[in-house]
Design a protein around this ligand. Structure first.
Ligand SMILES: [Zn+2]
Length: 118
């Protein structure tokens, strides 16, 4: 698989990224405007602008358009989806009422949070 040699603006290292680990991002008209990858050095998600000529070369090297299965920024979830009942209208109303409380955040982050307003 071809690699893309680029630089990371976060850690300022020159890095080699497999083309399969890059994703081409499109503009509002679908034309490629940037590519993205996760820096192998610092782990930061990086977005770099490209001109049309560079975009053509990256696509020819095997960079996939975003949204594809090979998109490195696409979460691999749900390999283990949580099982839970679907959200209902009552759940939404309960959540709305919970957000009116001053302690809504600590309530949601407490280990015993059930989602039920008290
Ligand atoms: Zn980096």
């Amino acid at each position: 698989m071809p690699t893309i040699r680029t630089s990371c603006p976060s850690c300022r290292q020159q890095v080699d990224v497999a083309a399969s680990r890059c994703a081409m991002l499109g503009g509002p008209h679908g034309d490629p405007v940037a590519y993205a990858f996760v820096c192998p050095q610092c782990g930061e998600p990086i977005f770099r602008r490209v001109d049309p000529q560079a975009a053509t070369m990256l696509l020819a090297a095997g960079v996939s358009r975003s949204g594809g299965e090979g998109n490195p920024l696409r979460p691999t979830h749900p390999e283990n989806p949580r099982s839970a009942p679907p959200l209902t209208g009552d759940d939404l109303i309960d959540f709305h009422l919970l957000l009116d409380r001053a302690d809504w955040f600590s309530h949601l982050t407490s280990p015993t949070a059930s989602g039920e307003p008290e």
